[in-house]
Design a protein around this ligand. Structure first.
Ligand SMILES: Cc1cc2nc3c(=O)[nH]c(=O)nc-3n(C[C@H](O)[C@H](O)[C@H](O)COP(=O)(O)O)c2cc1C
Length: 425
């Protein structure tokens, strides 16, 4: 039974209230106290508080199991709750699992080092896995069972359907009946599903996305997060469409379209199935910098267009340390999802993530996640602005140096400025 109880029973009316009426925090940092403490500097003695409230959902910490193998059945989701994950997003389900046929091998890994190296640490992970191949009814029964055993913990269903209003709405109705707290829409799977006009095929087409989000939000009574594909020129465009079409949050990123490599002995691509392969989705540490850029773009857009309202952002991609998570939060993320990290390190990873995030907060004297959420967004600007700032800084440094070089350089007009340039405080 769950011990991290933070919210009341998840009745339909409370979820409805959370979806439609609860107060909405904005993206920016509200109480950034200090940002300059260094290791060994002043640390607050009070224990940092990792609890977050997102779209009315209360979580013991911001760490969420990302949709994929770590949320694929009752046993593993139960394990995630027992280990203390803030929320669990189940593996994506659709109405007819019979249409989902997986292959093996379906993963390939990239290690630091040269092609074929077997010793370096794993930095990249490609998968050509489809959405859940388990019968919908089985998954729904497991959601129900989990909500019965863990009524106070947050269980989020991930769903995907074909381009068909009736199918989407039927899936939402059936998933909501299990008592899940929210729904994440997989608009982002890069392989397999686009062939059926699903996943990234919708996330990459703003017109399709708008129409589909309309169907979804007409039906859903729990908060809806739209999961975005990074395989697009400007990720803030579909994110904007999803939010304008009624979604409460966006999650980014899903995997990046990739070819893991070519075996230089056999000349066959990896992962190799009967001698052939197909591009898959890239995840793990190697995608983290790309994910940060995408989350930053979305957060900037949300900050300027959706401020003061409760639209949430979930950062995903290559999280293995509390520091990786802090980076997403500093860019405005409310929650941080982990998928491949759990596949590599197991469910106990959440304890290390919490400890490291608290350590970071202690060093900066942050007592809550809201104390630093979005604090680094202000330091992003355009390249043109960087050039201007640098030229101005050089001009000022030169002016200072000039004033100090020799007594013959004193002038009448600039006398006060020249005097000030040599004052230390
Ligand atoms: C093997 C595997 C299967 C995945 N399956 C799903 C899925 O069913 N639905 C989904 O929305 N994302 C799926 N993902 C994407 C992850 O949820 C996540 O967005 C992505 O892997 C980046 O995060 P990470 O680096 O923490 O893994 C899958 C990822 C992996 C590695």
């Amino acid at each position: 039974m769950a011990t991290l109880s933070l919210r009341g029973p998840a009745g339909r009316s409370s979820r409805l209230e959370a979806r439609r009426g609860a107060p909405r925090p904005d993206l920016g940092p509200r109480r950034v106290r200090m940002t300059t403490a260094s290791a060994g500097g002043d640390s607050s003695t009070a224990e940092p508080d990792l609890r977050v409230r997102v779209n009315g959902l209360e979580m013991p910490n911001p760490f969420v199991i990302g949709s994929g193998p770590p949320g694929t059945n009752y046993t593993v989701m139960k394990r995630a709750f027992d280990e203390g994950w803030g929320a669990v997003i189940a593996k994506t389900v659709s109405l007819d699992a019979a249409k989902v046929v997986n292959v093996t091998p379906r993963y390939a890994r990239l290690r630091a080092g040269s092609n074929g190296s077997v010793r370096g640490p794993i930095i990249g992970w490609e998968n050509i896995e489809l959405i859940s191949d388990r019968p919908l009814e089985t998954m729904l029964n497991e959601f129900k069972q989990l909500k019965k055993e863990y009524p106070d913990r947050i269980l989020i269903a991930s769903i995907m359907e074909e381009y068909n209003k009736g199918a989407w709405q039927e899936l939402i109705e059936r998933v909501e009946e299990t008592g899940v707290d929210a729904i994440e829409i997989n608009f982002s799977c890069p392989h397999g599903m686009p062939e059926r006009k699903m996943g990234a095929a919708v996330g990459q087409n703003c017109a399709l996305l708008e129409e589909t989000c309309g169907w979804i939000n007409e039906k859903a009574t729990v908060p809806v997060w739209a999961k975005m594909t990074p395989n697009i020129t400007d990720i803030s465009e579909p994110a904007r469409v999803a939010l304008k079409s009624g979604c409460e949050g966006v999650a980014a990123i899903n995997t990046i379209m990739s070819v893991m490599g070519i075996d230089l002995k056999t000349l066959r691509p990896e992962p190799c199935v009967e001698g052939y392969s197909t591009p898959g989705g890239y995840s793990a540490k190697a995608v983290h910098p790309i994910a940060l850029a995408k989350v930053m773009q979305i957060a900037k857009m949300m900050q300027s267009e959706f401020s003061n309202t409760d639209y949430s952002l979930s950062g995903i991609g290559g999280v293995e340390t509390g520091g990786d998570a802090a980076e997403f939060i500093l860019l405005g993320a409310n929650t941080v999802q982990v998928c491949t990290g759990v596949m590599m390190h197991g469910y106990g990873l959440v304890k290390k993530l919490c400890d490291e995030l608290k350590e970071f907060m202690r060093k900066h004297n942050f007592s809550s996640i809201e104390d630093f959420r979005g604090a680094s967004l202000q330091y992003f600007t355009t390249h043109t602005d960087l050039v201007n700032r640098q030229q101005e800084a050089i001009r000022q440094r030169k002016a200072v140096r000039k004033g100090l070089q020799s007594d013959k350089d004193w002038t009448g007009d600039g006398f006060v400025r020249e005097s000030e340039s040599m004052v230390s405080n």
